[in-house]
Design a binder for this molecule. Structure first.
Ligand SMILES: C[S@@+](CC[C@H](N)C(=O)[O-])C[C@H]1O[C@@H](n2cnc3c(N)ncnc32)[C@H](O)[C@@H]1O
Length: 811
């Protein structure tokens, strides 16, 4: 769902073809030797326009379908030494790029494609039969089988992690691993530590893919949970003999004792390499699962990785052991409390902190944690937050520490909606009432993007190029699920479109007990194809209230599960916005009990621009009355309106004269049938542009006309504006039964501030104050926080207009 894009001038990535190298998919591109056996896929170029991208995706889908018709076939034999030496060269090339001056060589651009059918395994390894390369077919997912293999070359990474594996017969093939936790933006050294040469892997139900280019097939692992790391003691290795010998040449020697793994873990810990530390501690725990110190240490690392489920499980297991030394027990209790806090179990967390405090009464560490637990419990219970303080904090750190709050709403079944569910009012709700406060399941902002590459994601479900942050979000969701397997249903019970099973009728699923997290053998099955679809249908673009400078090249993306249960309407009865990463939904009008509550997924002024956002969420045809009215205006008028809207977005009107602005307004007005109702968002925009031009003249007659134009603009947005001022400074010049939702509240409240300023310029304070109060009412009803937050949200505008002090005094 997208926020208003009045201020957004372009969605295009700023990519310079001169300083970029575009590569497809990160797959190896070996020189083909032999006649091409199939048509090469169409090539994507990063500079493609939106329309060209749509055409490209169409062509790619056609190619994909054609390719799928080629029957599965055995893989050609590959010379191991040449495959390994090519991988060594690829790795060396990456190291070389790492050494070169990034500015001189340019940031490489890669394309990855999501949204196509792919297999993920849901069968435990114990239920699968072994297979070797000789028994595998290219273009085939080997359901019911697992491939035992070991790494024989160093790893490289572009989008996927790339290496070469051999099976027990000594046959080799390329291996691509996508979406592995903690590797999205990691160093090559990190990969060496995770996937050293000699690592034995069991790949559940592997897919042998034909390559994008060349003839060498690739074992492609899309789902990291399909990978099982086989430790030397594993029963999977019983009676297994490797044809090429027991050890792979150049494989590093691994620690052999619990203590050596603990020390290795501690070394990673002290250099903040949390995932590697967890890895090393886990290897120690394979040797002795009862080792309490190493398990408690792993819990600390899991806390830092936000693997709260793993941390809670480990600490509970440590604490259940008899005869634990006091120091270890105390440390572990505190860790358990932090894990419970991370899981939102604030009461339990507080109890454990108090338990710890009773044993360390002199220690000051407990008090702030107890205060945090209490604050979160109060927020969850009352829905009372200090919005102004959160706004200030969010300007420094996007990710806020608050509890979720669910107001008087519930999820209900709705057969007329995709996914079959929606949100309804449990009781009568009043305008401005808080309905939901939600932290994201995961989110990604421009600052989270990798610095060393640009990844463009093409989505075959929505037929668009996704935001750059989408790939980061996907990695963050997978990582969170990996460390918190008990949260699976929160994500997998979201709507994933018609190609996946229908979600259950109720939501949210209950929080289950903490689950063990074993990095070698994940206790969760992640279905990547379904997750990609869930992201397409449910992701939000959580633009922040406090962010005045939206990064044009990378809009944020977030998954807000409960907020995703709200269906869309362009004329919704609720509104949403974000402070930091926290999403807040409020009622925009009185909502009777049992009524469906909708939010706008897009608040674009033009019909076509709105539809283009809705298409991203697979809502091809909005049936709200605003869209119906728009459609009645006819395609020709809608097209003209879109062109006029683009003139605004591309700032062509900034230098226009008043006459030109008036002509623009007339052109916009003509695109609306005279018979249609007063709500015309695009006309509001045009009228406001005229008002602004009149205002800059300084001529008192034009200043008065600007006030009329802005009042008309507000009416076009759905405000009930009084014809005549009552003369009382306390009475608002607008109706207050509802907030129009066809635009963000920021635009109309900005207009009201400008009107107040105009009245002051006309020396009519008695009319300026009511408009300031109207802006305050609108802001407070939309986002809460009273005058404090109002002054913060509009600080820049108030300063710019020179009325900051006046507003501070009279409000
Ligand atoms: C984010 S989900 C909304 C929740 C969903 N109804 C569910 O059951 O999980 C978005 C999907 O809901 C459906 N949807 C949302 N608004 C709708 C509307 N106004 N009319 C029909 N379907 C709608 C569409 O299928 C859309 O792809």
């Amino acid at each position: 769902m997208d926020s208003n894009s009045l201020s957004e001038l372009t969605r295009q990535l700023h990519l310079s073809p001169d300083n970029s190298r575009a590569q497809q998919d990160g797959s190896p591109t070996p020189p083909g030797n032999g006649p091409p056996r199939r048509r090469a896929p169409p090539q994507f170029h990063p500079g493609m326009t939106e329309e060209e991208t749509v055409q490209y995706i169409k062509a790619y889908k056609a190619w994909f379908e054609e390719d799928r018709q080629i029957p599965p076939e055995p893989a050609p034999p590959i010379d191991p030494s040449s495959l390994i030496s090519e991988q060594v060269d690829r790795r060396a090339a990456l190291e070389e790029v790492g050494r070169r001056d990034r500015a001189a060589s340019g940031i490489p651009i890669f394309t990855t494609i999501v949204g196509f059918a792919k297999h993920s395994s849901a069968t435990p390894i114990e239920g699968l039969e072994p297979v070797t390369f000789a028994g595998m077919l290219v273009r085939h997912a080997h359901v019911g089988k697992y491939l035992l293999c070991r790494i024989v070359a160093p790893c490289s990474r572009i989008v996927a992690i790339q290496t070469v594996v051999e099976d027990i017969d000594g046959r080799v093939h390329d291996l691509s691993i996508y979406n592995f936790p903690a590797t999205f933006d990691c160093s090559l050294k990190h990969l060496d530590a995770l996937f050293p040469i000699g690592t034995v892997l069991a790949i559940r139900e592997p897919t042998f893919k034909a390559p994008m280019q060349g003839i060498r097939p690739i074992v492609r692992v899309d789902t990291p949970t399909d990978l099982v790391f086989v430790v030397p003691s594993s029963p999977l290795l019983h009676r297994v003999t490797w044809t090429t010998g027991p050890a792979v040449p150049r494989s590093p020697t691994e620690p052999a004792t619990l203590d050596a793994w603990r020390q290795r873990g501690n070394t990673y810990f002290s250099s903040n390499q949390w995932f590697l530390a967890a890895w090393a501690y886990s290897r120690g725990l394979v040797i002795d699962p009862q080792a309490a110190v190493i398990r408690s240490n792993r819990a600390e690392v899991y806390l830092r990785l936000k693997y709260y489920s793993g941390a809670a499980y480990d600490t509970q297991r440590v604490l259940s052991a008899k005869g634990l030394p006091d120091a270890l027990s105390d440390k572990t209790i505190f860790r358990l409390a932090k894990a419970q806090y991370g899981r939102g179990e604030y009461a339990e967390a507080e109890k454990n902190i108090a338990r710890w405090h009773a044993r360390h009464p002199e220690d000051l560490a407990a008090a702030p944690w107890i205060a945090r637990c209490r604050a979160r419990r109060a927020e969850r219970h009352t829905g009372q937050y200090d919005w102004a303080s959160l706004f200030r904090k969010a300007a420094k750190d996007i990710r806020l520490d608050v509890a979720d709050y669910m107001g008087p709403i519930e999820v209900s079944q709705m057969t007329n909606r995709g996914g079959g569910r929606g949100v309804v009012a449990k009781r009568a709700i009043h305008t401005g009432e808080l309905l939901l406060v939600a932290k994201p399941f995961a989110s990604a902002y421009a600052a989270d993007l990798p610095q060393d590459k640009i990844v463009i994601t093409l989505d075959l479900i929505s037929n668009i190029s996704k935001e750059r942050t989408d790939a980061v979000l996907m990695a963050a969701i997978i990582e969170k699920l990996y460390g918190n397997p008990d949260l699976r249903d929160q994500v997998y019970h979201l709507y994933a479109g018609p190609d996946h099973p229908s979600p259950p009728g109720s939501y949210p699923p209950p929080l289950g007990p903490a689950v063990a997290v074993d990095p070698f053998s994940p206790s969760i099955d992640i279905d990547i194809a379904q997750l990609e679809a869930i992201c397409t249908y449910n992701n939000f673009c959580p633009l922040r209230l406090e962010d005045k400078h939206i990064a044009q090249e990378a809009k944020p993306t977030g998954l807000y599960p409960l907020a995703s249960l709200f269906n869309h309407s362009c004329v919704a009865n609720a509104i949403w916005y974000c402070i930091g990463d926290v999403m807040i939904i409020r009622a925009a009008e009185p909502i009777p009990a049992g009524t469906e509550i909708t939010i706008p997924y897009s608040v674009e002024e033009s019909y076509f621009a709105r539809q283009s956002v809705l298409k991203k969420h697979m809502l091809e045809h909005c049936t709200c009355w605003l869209c119906e009215e728009d459609r009645k205006d006819g395609d020709e008028h809608l097209q003209r309106r879109q062109e006029l809207n683009e003139r605004v977005l591309s700032r062509q009107l900034l230098p226009a004269s008043l006459l030109e602005a008036q002509q623009f307004e007339e052109d916009v007005r003509k695109t609306f049938a005279s018979t249609r109702g007063p709500i015309r968002p695009m006309h509001a925009l045009a009228l406001h542009i005229v008002a602004e031009k009149q205002r800059t003249s300084g001529d008192p007659r034009l200043l008065k006309e600007s006030l009329q134009a802005d009042m008309d603009a507000l009416r076009c947005l759905g405000f009930d504006v009084a014809e005549e001022s009552s003369g009382s400074q306390n009475e608002l010049p607008i109706g207050t039964d509802r907030i129009p939702t066809v635009t963000s509240f920021l635009e109309p409240s900005g207009m009201m501030l400008r009107m107040a300023c105009t009245y002051l310029n006309l020396h009519d304070q008695s009319k300026a104050v009511p408009w300031l109060r109207a802006a305050l009412w609108l802001t407070d009803t939309s986002v809460g926080g009273g005058k404090d937050l109002f002054m913060l949200v509009h600080e820049d505008a108030l300063e710019q207009l020179g009325i900051h002090e006046f507003a501070a005094q009279v409000l």
